[in-house]
Design a protein around this ligand. Structure first.
Ligand code: HEM
Length: 403
């Protein structure tokens, strides 16, 4: 294991945010288990990440990590408040069995492949509506198209009133930014609190006016005791509203960017539109929206590769680094939309693997297919589009394109 004395990986470095792949390459080769100054272990090789996800001695509860406790204030009163705030905003992401199994069971049906397939007309309708509104010659694909699609779709599923839909975009960006390594615990809690207050208003409206939607079903589950309490209702409704927000936006824009940057691949897709399925999987491998996970905790002694871990160690699987590991993928640095064997980790792995994967895939397939069908001469308007200022969920701040 290589220690933090050599600062191999700095997620706050603008150059790393712009292009983290050279750093990932170095990490896989020189320090596949790298220990940060905060004592968190970053795994960059595919096999190590895979072994970690399969390891039963693993807790997803952030509150159990030493790094989390080290980040708290030394003042006991402040510390107590920080802990209570963090505990309150916990979602399914941070639950271990049996609580995780209970929560996942409640949500699975709403995001099953069958439910998502039944939603195809609704999603296509929103794609077409957004495409109809695009006016050239240059547009920003992020704000004019890719941000709005996941917002419209999840708000439709949850039953969020139309006039509320624009409001949570700013809240969403703040929460997404707050999961990056090194963000102070108070900033993270403040972002979560803002989201929670917003959701509390939406839930109150829905309680008064129930509908045929997911939020109503979650409220019913809270009211008849299938959810632990009101906090669990609020935090998980908030997660659902946000989980697919910036990540799906980034999947769509990364797909468009990679296709426009690889004209041979775009030509192959135009010739055979059925390649869209493997093309989206390749984007999830080659340039995934989620680059790394939150730290999880080793709960017993465990060996990964050459490294011995001990109880309480915090570990971060680096999905985007693992996805380009040449030990797992042939021509790992090549973007190939026809790649047939592609066990990427773009949606994570193990029992916390993304619940919204089928939905995100469907949104991305419809968005990319219809965008290129409508605008066959689409081209990048800049060689160096700007990125958002965070790395855990990585994507463009703007993607100017011409028709
Ligand atoms: C979990 C990625 C879209 C809902 C996850 C995880 C990843 C991920 C990597 C695992 C997190 C962990 O283990 O800590 C993505 C990507 C998306 C996407 C790349 C888009 C391209 C969505 C959508 C939804 C969603 C559209 C639903 C609205 C969830 C939920 C979990 C999750 C509820 C937690 C599952 C659990 O803890 O059991 N996602 N996601 N995601 N995702 Fe997604």
């Amino acid at each position: 294991m290589t220690d933090s004395t050599d600062l191999l990986f700095d997620p706050t470095d603008p150059a790393t945010r712009r292009d983290p792949y050279p750093t990932y390459r170095r990490m896989r080769a020189e320090a596949p288990v790298w220990r940060s100054p905060e004592g968190v272990h970053y795994l960059s090789r595919y096999q190590d990440c895979y072994a970690l996800f399969r390891n039963p001695a693993l807790s997803y509860d952030t509150l159990t990590t030493r790094a989390f406790h080290d980040s708290l204030s030394p003042d006991p009163a402040v510390r107590e408040r920080q802990l209570a705030d963090a505990r309150r905003s916990r979602t399914i992401l941070e639950l271990d069995p049996p609580e995780h199994t209970r929560m996942r069971g409640l949500l699975t049906r709403a995001f099953s492949v069958r439910t998502v397939e039944a939603s195809e007309p609704m999603i296509s309708g929103y794609v077409d509506q957004l495409l109809d509104g695009l006016n050239g010659p240059t547009i920003d694909l992020v704000s004019d198209f890719a941000v709005m699609l996941p917002v419209l779709v999840i708000c439709d599923m949850l039953g969020v009133p139309v006039d509320e839909r624009h409001q949570f975009i700013a809240i969403g960006h703040a929460v997404t930014r707050s999961v990056d390594p090194g963000v102070p615990v108070d900033d993270r809690n403040a972002a979560n609190q803002r989201l929670r207050d917003y959701i509390a208003t939406l839930v109150a409206i829905r309680r008064e006016h129930p509908g045929d939607d997911l939020m109503t079903r979650l409220i019913e589950a809270a009211d008849d005791g299938r959810l632990a309490d009101e906090e669990e209702l609020l935090s998980n409704t908030g997660l659902l509203l946000l989980a697919g927000f910036e990540s799906t936006t980034n999947l769509i824009t990364n797909a468009v960017y990679q296709l426009l940057s690889h004209p041979d691949q775009l030509a192959a897709l135009t010739e055979e539109p059925a390649h869209i399925r493997t093309a989206i999987e390749e984007v999830l491998r080659f340039d995934p929206p989620v680059h790394m996970m939150r730290p999880r905790t080793i709960t017993g002694d465990a060996q990964l590769g050459d490294t011995q871990f001990h109880q309480g160690d915090a570990v971060v699987p680096m999905l985007a680094a693992a996805n380009r590991d040449p030990a797992e993928f042939e021509d790992a640095e090549t973007f190939d939309i026809r790649r047939s064997v592609n066990r990427h980790m773009g949606f994570g792995l193990g029992h916390h693997m993304c619940l919204g994967a089928a939905l995100a895939r469907m949104e991305a397939r419809l968005a990319v297919t219809r965008l290129f069908a409508r605008f066959p001469a689409l081209a990048l308007a800049t060689d160096e589009p700007a990125f958002r200022p965070h790395l855990t969920v990585r994507g463009f701040a703007e993607l100017p394109v011409t028709f």
